[in-house]
Structures are given as C-alpha cells and as structure tokens.
Design a protein around this ligand. Sequence first.
Ligand SMILES: [Zn+2]
Length: 97
Amino acid sequence: MIKKTSYPRQLVIGDEVWSVKFVRKLDGCYGECDPSNNEIRIRMKQSHDETLKTFIHEVVHALEFSFEFDLEHRHVYALEEAVFQLLRDNFLTLKDD
Ligand SMILES: [Zn+2]
C-alpha cells in the first residue's frame, strides 16, 4: 500500500512536466488524463490499491500522449494491472499504518 501523500505532485514525462491532482469529484470516473494542460486528476476516496491502479492507468495515458503511441483501452487496463502487481510485489514497502 502507498500513502496518498507519497504520490508526486509533478511528474516529468518525456520532456514535459505533468501535474498530479487529487480531486473530490470527477464525472463518473476514477481518473482523468488531460493532455491540454498536462494534468492527471485522481478521484479521492478510493482504496489505496484502487488509487494506485488509477494513478498507473492515467500515467499510461500520459505516456501515450507524450511518446505518441496509441494503445487499445484494454491494453491500458492490462498494463494498469501488470504494473500494479509489479510495484506491489517488488517495490512498495510503504505501509499506511
Ligand atoms: Zn483510460
């Protein structure tokens, strides 16, 4: 598990800076990737795991924009799950106790 406070507020992706914002409301979704102003928005009040999955999902979309490739959405979901498990099983040691 990872604490919300340990998410970066900014991400460098390619040669651009993206901001990461946690918001109370999003229209019917858990996250949003807005390439018009390089902003990733993540809905608050998700579980820790769901927050991380949403974060990964939106970062993958940002990577698509920045590196100019186009994934089918099912592949974005597949990467979301795969990267989530990779991080959980190998890298994440932060516990939200
Ligand atoms: Zn998506």
